[in-house]
Design a protein around this ligand. Structure first.
Ligand code: BJW
Ligand code: ZN
Length: 242
């Protein structure tokens, strides 16, 4: 239900929380200058998701997919966390049981000081081999070799979850657990369209959590949220979290 929200009330709610989980999406990084996926300047407007973020696309044209990631990596490397990220890092230190769940691959929560964000969709700085079990971090921007190769000679791929791929099992399990036990579940800057992430707040609600949504606009989740705060997260979160 939509309520006429007042920030002071939300501040009190948060201050009293014992178990809090937060799910973030691309919107929290928008004010850092990282493009979102589905907004006006969203990444999907210029590139078709099916062309780039699927295992099939990578098999078909690894160079194109790597060029896209190289461009995004180079962009993200120049970006810094904004007051929204910093507010969540602060909140983590105030709540006894706190879980940060993010769909973002940009690493800005880590840079803001969040201890261990559960990265549902992977990390733009991580790679893995398409043949052997090598996994590693690759920070170079721009890449010297596109597409990059493993020392075993096979192609490396971004360690990111593409459409049709399973989320990392331990991470999604931990996220379900946090959703099921939270007394407050906050959702920030996600269009709430991509599954299974979008089901986490619903799961929390079914288990009795108060759901707070922060977004520029309403989403499919809004009718189920107890409090919907419309506005930029970089302004609203610092007001909600002193
Ligand atoms: C602001 C703001 C500001 C802006 N302040 N707010 C059930 C039903 C239907 C389909 C499926 C289903 N289960 C699975 C599927 C298929 C698929 C799916 O969900 N499809 C939907 C699109 C319908 N899911 C999957 O394939 C997932 N895997 C899976 O389920 O495996 C099991 C399985 C296997 C095989 C078959 C079936 C099941 C994997 C999903 C992986 C998603 N990966 C991506 C791309 C990674 C590539 C990369 O990043 O390089 O992850 S998709 C893309 O979307 C990215 C994001 O993490 C994700 C979510 O986007 P997000 O964060 O919500 O961003 P936007 O842009 O959509 O929204 C931004 C929001 O911010 C907006 O609301 C703005 O208003 C707001 N905003 N500025 C506050 N300043
Ligand atoms: Zn290898």
């Amino acid at each position: 239900m939509m309520t006429a929200d007042n920030i002071a009330g939300i501040r009190e709610l948060l201050a009293a929380a014992k178990r809090l989980a937060v799910l973030t999406g691309a919107g929290i990084s928008a004010e850092s200058g990282v493009p979102t996926f589905r907004g006006v300047d969203g990444l999907w407007r210029k590139f078709r998701a099916e062309d780039l973020a699927t295992p099939g696309a990578f098999r078909e044209n690894p160079t194109l997919v790597w060029e896209w990631y190289d461009w995004r990596r180079t962009l993200v490397a120049q970006k810094k966390p904004n007051p929204g990220h910093f507010s969540l890092a602060r909140l983590e230190r105030q709540i006894p049981e706190f879980t940060l769940i993010t769909q973002n691959v940009d690493g800005l929560h880590d840079l803001a000081g969040s201890r261990r964000p559960l990265k549902l969709h992977g990390d733009i700085w991580s790679v893995r081999c398409t043949r052997c079990d090598y996994r590693g971090t690759m920070r170079q921007t721009p890449l010297a070799e596109i597409p990059p190769h493993c020392s075993c000679g096979s192609l490396l791929r971004p360690d990111i979850v593409w459409f049709g791929e399973m989320l990392p099992e331990r991470i999604i399990e931990e996220a379900w657990q946090a959703a099921q036990t939270a007394d407050i579940f906050m959702v920030v800057g996600t269009s709430a369209l991509v599954q299974p992430a979008a089901s986490l707040p619903m799961q929390a609600k079914q288990n009795g959590a108060v759901v707070i949504e922060v977004n520029l606009e309403e989403t499919p989740l809004s009718p189920y949220a107890d409090h919907v705060l419309l506005g930029p997260s970089g302004t609203l979160l610092p007001q909600m979290i002193p």
